[in-house]
Design a binder for this molecule. Structure first.
Ligand SMILES: [Cu+2]
Length: 201
């Protein structure tokens, strides 16, 4: 018995607690699939390689989204503010991949980014074929439902509706997906803690 207790004690002392990520880690780490031929809001070709050594916080959506995407982006803005307060500006990048090649032109993305003060985020769009490949590789469901009427009190307004998966994918400095946060109500504190731990790795 004494021997066992001593052995456990040695284990606890020798092996420090490893940090456990707080998102969904099932199936990860996994090499982040290539993102090819997508264009940034600056009109430049995007490459994951250019972000090497940064932690990438990736999300998916469209600029006409009435509710889900503004919510996600609002949470990511809070993540950005907290990480910057901790001195991590430049150590991570928030990237938004469009699910709406029909309307999300480079011009539109640029305007949306400026209007909503997401100046340090990268917004990506591209040809439908190229975007579809990325959605598939990153397991993002997309369904274009066209214009739909929605009631706002007594008024009926038309909205552009594209159903899409709401999630955030976290890629480490070596280009591996480590975890995902599912849904639109993002746990800001958890994302900040996890990104911080991945920056420090
Ligand atoms: Cu959306």
């Amino acid at each position: 018995m004494r021997k066992i207790i001593f052995f456990l004690f040695v284990l606890i002392v020798i092996f420090p607690k490893t940090y456990a990520l707080e998102g969904s880690t099932k199936g990860f780490p996994k090499k982040a699939p290539e993102i090819k031929n997508l264009i940034t809001d600056e009109g430049e070709t995007f490459s994951l390689e250019n972000l090497k050594d940064k932690v990438i916080i990736l999300t998916y959506g469209y600029t006409h989204c009435p509710h889900v995407c503004p919510t996600i982006l609002g949470f990511l803005k809070q993540v950005e503010e907290q990480l910057n307060l901790k001195g991590y500006k430049g150590k991570y990048k928030i990237v938004f991949i469009s699910v709406d090649p029909k309307y999300d032109t480079v011009e539109r993305l640029k305007k949306y980014k400026k209007q909503n003060e997401y100046e340090d985020f990268i917004f990506l769009t591209g040809k439908k074929d190229d975007l579809e490949k990325v959605w598939k590789k990153y397991k993002v469901f997309v369904r274009d439902r066209g214009m739909m009427e929605m009631k706002h009190g007594n008024m009926i307004m038309k909205h552009r509706m594209v159903d899409h998966t709401a999630k955030v994918t976290i890629i480490d400095k070596n280009g591996y997906i480590r975890e995902e946060f599912l849904g639109m109500y993002l746990p800001v504190e958890s994302i900040v803690k996890d990104v911080e731990s991945l920056i420090k790795e």
